[in-house]
Design a protein around this ligand. Structure first.
Ligand code: NAD
Length: 457
């Protein structure tokens, strides 16, 4: 089926109520759940084939999280769908007032390669749960996973409800010309701008889940042992190819030496058997990204690590001494290189962070609540953790999304249901009473009464 005929059929199926009732939504979510559970091994193998992601990582970050999300939607969907009563305004008395969450219609989900199951299916779950039909465009850079997703989803679902189109930028361009009712994009800030521009042509609402340079700050009171372990844990999952990976670290000068020592201990602990693609470590996705990271590596002052192998596309986790103006501090790294900048003055780092594009995440290692509040209140970022990295994504009660250059809108759990539905207001009146008072002509007596009854002082 062509792209345009699929969207036309989805529009019609949406109007016909293909995914309208709570029963049909739950049935679709259950079918998705069973499909993933049944093919969990094949899906993990596909990700391993694409970029050597070990099974343990694939299971936790791709399969488990998606199954958990489906269970959460199944449990709460009925409640989320219920019309929510609101109070009445004095001028609308007597009336019943409520808000219904209405699905948008046919939605387009565009996903990146780095968590190719998770980032394709998490939005699909939200879209189905909220009552929409979906077209999914997975990434061409994870071809094995994208092809398997397409095969499995097409086996299980009517394309009028859920359809997958593989392809590159030209496929996205073609999709962006279609009359979708909502677009959900996850990927780079550069492509996010292309998507938003195209959506603006048709006034299609967008959610943009983008990237950025997420800082970790290790303040003077921090426990460097735990901080180093948790930062390197966040940096080495998926070999640093994670949108919320700590991109760089700001370490208080009094802890610089100990942070390096603890980093060495953490990395020795994690990878004492060496780095083995597909077993305990992930490859860089392709040669282009390997070369980009290797160039950064070559131009940097290495403190720890530094080995790389183009043939296996493995780059060792590497700690780098850096300054704000260095090349490695300009764009999102998206790899296992960790620049560290030392600081002495808290205000200077806050000012430096304020001057940069707002990141998707920020991680703060300190128990000093004054410092915590001053960073949180003065540096805009999507979301983050105090004394940890990345784990805020593991709680579906927290909205996940960026701000400014790192995106707009948020999802996960109930926030996904809301991202894929719109609030529709209804005011319901009885036929009686129907006083003359509200109708023209509006003479002086009516105005006097209006002011007396409705104006508060
Ligand atoms: P990308 O922007 O290159 O690709 C994302 C999608 O856009 C793919 O499906 C791709 O086919 C499509 N695309 C690529 N070029 C295009 C073009 N010129 N026109 C139209 N469509 C195009 O991103 P990526 O390399 O797959 O992923 C890495 C980026 O995504 C990083 O910046 C990362 O931070 C970000 N990311 C964000 C999140 C999040 O949840 N906020 C999650 C993962 C990745």
């Amino acid at each position: 089926m062509t792209i345009s005929s699929t969207i036309a059929q989805q529009n019609e199926a949406f109007r016909g109520g293909i995914n309208r009732s709570v029963k049909s939504r739950k049935e679709h979510l259950n079918r998705l759940k069973n499909l993933i559970s049944e093919h969990e091994k094949a899906l993990s193998d596909a990700v391993k084939k694409d970029f050597g992601k070990p099974y343990s990582e694939a299971y936790v970050t791709e399969i488990y999280t998606v199954l958990q999300e489906i269970d959460l939607h199944l449990k709460h969907l009925e409640n989320w769908m219920k019309p929510k009563n609101t109070g009445s305004a004095i001028v609308t008395f007597p009336s019943k007032n409520y808000v219904i969450r209405q699905p948008y219609g046919a939605v387009l989900v565009i996903s990146p390669w780095n968590y190719p199951i998770h980032l394709a299916l998490m939005p699909v779950i939200g879209a189905l749960s909220a009552g929409n039909t979906v077209v999914l465009k997975p990434s061409e850079l994870s071809p094995n996973t994208s092809a398997l997703l397409r095969k499995l989803l097409h086996q299980e679902f009517d394309p009028k409800l859920l359809s997958v189109f593989e392809g590159e930028a030209d496929t996205v361009q073609e999709l962006l010309k279609q009359p979708f009712d909502k677009i959900f994009f996850t990927g780079s800030t550069r492509v996010g701008k292309i998507v938003m521009k195209a959506a603006a042509e048709q006034l299609i609402p967008v959610t943009l889940e983008l990237g950025g340079k997420s800082p970790a700050i290790v303040h003077k009171d921090a426990n460097t042992d735990v901080a180093a372990r948790r930062i390197w844990w966040g940096k080495t999952i998926n070999a640093g190819q994670t949108c919320v990976a700590p991109d760089f670290v700001l370490v208080h000068e009094s802890l610089a030496k100990s942070f390096t020592e603890e980093s060495k201990k953490a990395l020795d602990l994690f990878f004492k058997k060496g780095l083995k693609a597909g077993e305990n470590y992930t490859q860089i996705v392709n040669k282009d990204h390997f070369d980009r990271l290797n160039n950064l590596l070559k131009n940097s002052e290495i403190i720890l690590g530094g080995k790389s192998n183009r043939k296996t596309r493995i780059i060792e986790p590497t700690l780098i001494r850096a300054d704000w103006d260095d090349e490695i501090m300009q764009d999102e790294i998206f790899g296992p290189l960790l620049p560290v900048i030392t600081y002495s003055d808290e205000e200077t780092i806050i000012r430096n962070l304020q001057k940069r594009p707002s990141p998707l995440a920020l991680y703060l290692f300190t128990d000093d609540s004054h410092f915590q509040n001053s960073v949180i209140d003065h540096v805009p970022f999507g979301g983050g953790c105090i004394n940890d990295t990345i784990v805020h994504l593991g709680n579906h009660n927290l909205p996940f999304g960026g701000v400014g250059q790192s995106g707009m809108g948020a999802y996960h759990g109930q926030y996904s249901f809301e991202a894929f539905s719109r609030p529709q207001s209804i005011l319901k009146k009885p036929f009686w009473p129907d006083p003359d008072f509200r109708y023209p002509p509006y003479d002086e007596t009516k105005m006097t009464w209006f002011k007396r009854l409705f104006t508060r002082n």
